[in-house]
Write a protein that binds this ligand. Structure first.
Ligand code: TYM
Length: 328
């Protein structure tokens, strides 16, 4: 069987440059490696309170973003998680094979729940990795492209696959997380020791920001003491983050980027970063708007759900049989 590649993005807020560089930008390249399944993780978006209209709007935006990032719907399967009921069914089975202890050790759960009153933490937020593991195993995905912050969840999926296969035989496919060597963790522009994130708008660049705002945010990004444009995460986290953004968008190495700015001042460097980000976003936003206006995403998502359901139901039946559920 050819390799399967799967990833999802949550429509919880506006997508950031972190999401774009970390995964979105490179997804179209994966089609040369195997069969690609990409989805809108809308069930996951319900794990924290969200306004229904906002969720609907974000889901449409996300479909358009996937397509604007160059995905060819004839080559990849793009779908809404909630449109493929096998995700919820697999979740119901797999929740019995992951344990409270390991779920409570997940950093994302610890971070998110730390800010909440315990009585308001939904079960879904706690059990989030069970659904995510179900997403992955349903497609027999062996490659899961993600940013750094999702690695732990994919590792937990690997533990689940080991546990399940040990008990029932060779039923599930072992996935592996794949992160970009450079750009798997884009940091906030206002605090480069923190991740750029949808839920923490300070220091973010949003994919829908207008170009003037993007430029302003980059020009006022926190930099470090000193004057040399050098990659040094420890002592120069701000400059290192901007170098990472620049290198990823220009598709060059960090060393090549450093060379370009030898002897240059921070101001000139930031202007060059702003130019590159704005040029990329200008093209991307234009494509996004065309796709959104054409409504082409509706048919793409309908077709995607059909294809995804075929594959997912197949795996679901295999799992049902293995655990002793009658699949008549
Ligand atoms: P989400 O929606 O938070 O983020 C989508 C993807 O973007 C990556 N990412 C980043 N990469 C680099 N720098 C950043 N600052 C940055 N911020 C986010 C994330 O690592 C992610 O790859 N749980 C997932 C969605 C999901 C999923 C799945 C992913 C649900 N089921 C199955 C893979 C496989 C999430 O919340 O991603």
């Amino acid at each position: 069987m050819a390799e399967r590649i799967l990833t999802g993005i949550k429509p919880t807020g506006q997508l950031t440059l972190g999401n774009y560089i970390g995964v979105l930008k490179n997804l179209h390249k994966e089609t040369s490696r195997g069969e690609c399944f990409y989805f809108i993780a809308d069930l996951h978006a319900l794990t924290l309170p969200i306004d229904p209209d906002y969720l609907r709007g974000n889901s449409i935006d996300l479909a358009c973003f996937y397509l604007a990032a160059g995905l060819d719907p004839n080559k990849v399967t793009l779908f809404l998680q909630s449109a493929v009921s096998a995700h919820a069914e697999m979740n119901a089975i797999m929740q019995n094979y992951l344990y409270m202890g390991e779920l409570s050790r997940m950093t994302q759960f610890k971070d998110k729940s730390a800010k909440m009153n315990e009585s308001a933490i939904g079960l879904g937020l706690f059990a989030y990795p069970v659904l995510m593991a179900s997403d992955i195993i349903l497609y027999d995905a062996s490659i899961v492209p993600v940013g750094d912050d999702q690695k732990q969840h994919v590792e937990l999926t690997r533990d689940l696959v080991n546990r399940f296969n040990h008990r029932y035989g060779d039923i599930l496919t072992m996935p592996r997380p794949e992160m970009r060597k450079v750009g798997a963790r884009i940091m906030s522009l206002s605090d480069p020791t923190k991740k750029m994130s949808k839920s923490d708008p300070k220091g973010d660049i949003f994919l829908k920001d207008d170009l003037a705002t993007i430029r302003k945010k980059i020009m006022s990004a926190v930099t470090d003491s000193g004057s040399e444009v050098k990659y040094d995460v420890e002592n120069k986290p701000g400059i290192s983050n901007l170098l990472t953004i620049y290198a990823c968008l220009k598709e060059i190495s960090i060393e090549e980027a450093e060379k370009e700015f030898e002897g240059k001042r921070y101001g000139d460097f930031k202007k060059a970063v702003a130019d590159v980000v704005c040029a990329e976003m200008e093209m991307f936003q234009k494509k996004y708007q065309e796709i959104k206006d054409s409504k082409i995403y509706e048919q793409v998502l309908r077709d995607g759900a059909k294809r995804a359901s075929e594959v997912a139901n197949n795996t679901l039946n295999r799992v049902k049989k293995a655990v002793g559920l009658l699949a008549l």
